[in-house]
Design a protein around this ligand. Structure first.
Ligand code: TXA
Ligand code: MG
Length: 321
């Protein structure tokens, strides 16, 4: 398959976006930008189309997809029960980088929720994404547009690298996204639980809505992972990744490389000014390190910031045990 590549500055962009939205209705796959990372989308009503997402990514079939909507009407049509929490949180944070897990309606196809009776929904804060959903007239199921296990795509070139020949359309954008996937929050039971940390934190939620949120790590009652995706190794470049603490200095790199049996020339040491920069650049730096042939990546994260938990979550998953 040859993918059709659409650039946001091309003259006939609107025509091409129309074409992509029609293609979604015919069961095709379309990669598109969001404010977090790029997504690989299919019509969320179309079971066969959603199956082809799993095929294109090599994604385990028990890992459900997030459904992207363009308005509250569409969101409500996908869910059965919801309460005040959903309304309050959606008002406070949508369009934005937060996905809500709720009991699903019959409209959501089986494959999207991988056999669960819930669905994760989100309204992305990206004009191209919203336009695409509006034009398609259907909600779009979309995981991150990377081959399963690889770093999420935060630049158009990453999407083209992983998805050319696998997705029918690839819509590019030059805007830098946040770089970390949405916060996934479970509203399907009485407890409000963060299943995957992201840009929206528990303290922002408390401050804006008064809702008190549990973090899944501290919730010992969950015996099976509620967010199936969180159990897999993730976000990994080919190079081995290690995280070091704030006491680590540039002068320690050589000794570290020797300990790990790696040549200094094949070792890349990365530090970040702050948490926002780390979110924006981490996955991109992983991919760049691979391209440049590095075999060992040492990352020293910043020691504070709102995005610290989400950053450490992604970094830890990419790290060697
Ligand atoms: O920012 C994002 O969320 C990006 C962009 C493209 O929107 N999408 C994304 O999708 O990161 P993905 O498939 O890479 O991650 C989805 C996460 C997984 O951890 C999955 O297990 C969880 O959401 N998830 C999806 N549906 C769920 C459900 N019904 N119950 C619990 N967890 C769910
Ligand atoms: Mg992903």
């Amino acid at each position: 398959m040859e993918s059709v590549i659409i650039r946001e500055n091309q003259e006939d962009f609107d025509i091409k976006l129309n074409e992509a939205s029609l293609a979604l209705n015919k069961g095709k796959l379309v990669c598109f930008p969001t404010e977090t990372v790029f997504g690989l989308g299919a019509n969320a009503y179309d079971d066969e189309a959603c199956k082809s997402i799993y095929l294109a990514k090599g994604r385990p079939s028990d890992n459900p997809l997030i459904v992207h909507v363009c308005d509250m009407g569409m969101a409500k049509s996908l869910i059965r029960d919801y309460d005040e929490r959903f309304i309050k949180l959606a008002e406070a944070f949508w369009r934005g980088p937060i996905s809500f897990v709720l009991k699903k309606s019959d409209k959501v196809c089986k494959t999207v929720s991988a056999g669960l009776d819930t669905v994760a929904i989100r309204m992305p804060n990206n004009d191209i994404a919203i336009e695409l959903i509006k034009k398609a007239g259907v909600p779009i199921a979309a995981p991150s547009a990377n081959i399963s296990g690889r770093p999420s795509p935060t630049r158009s070139e990453h999407v083209i690298f992983d998805m050319y020949g696998r997705s029918d359309y690839i819509i590019c954008s030059d805007e830098f996204p946040i770089g970390i996937e949405s916060t996934v929050i479970d509203l399907s039971t009485k407890d409000t639980v963060i299943l995957r940390p992201g840009f929206v934190t528990a303290s922002m939620i408390k401050e804006k809505t008064g809702i008190v949120v549990k973090s899944v790590d501290s919730s010992k009652t969950v015996s099976v992972p509620k967010s199936p995706g969180t159990k897999y190794k993730h976000y990994s470049p080919n190079a081995k990744v290690y995280m070091v603490g704030s006491e680590f200095e540039e002068s320690d790199v050589e000794k570290f490389a020797v300990e790990k049996n790696c040549e200094l020339a094949k070792t890349k040491y990365i530090t970040y000014k702050n948490d926002l920069e780390m979110a924006r650049e981490l996955f991109s730096d992983f991919r760049l390190a691979d391209k440049e042939g590095f075999e060992l990546i040492i990352v020293k994260p910043p020691s504070e910031g709102e995005l610290l938990e989400a950053n450490l979550n992604r970094l830890t998953k990419a790290c060697e045990e």
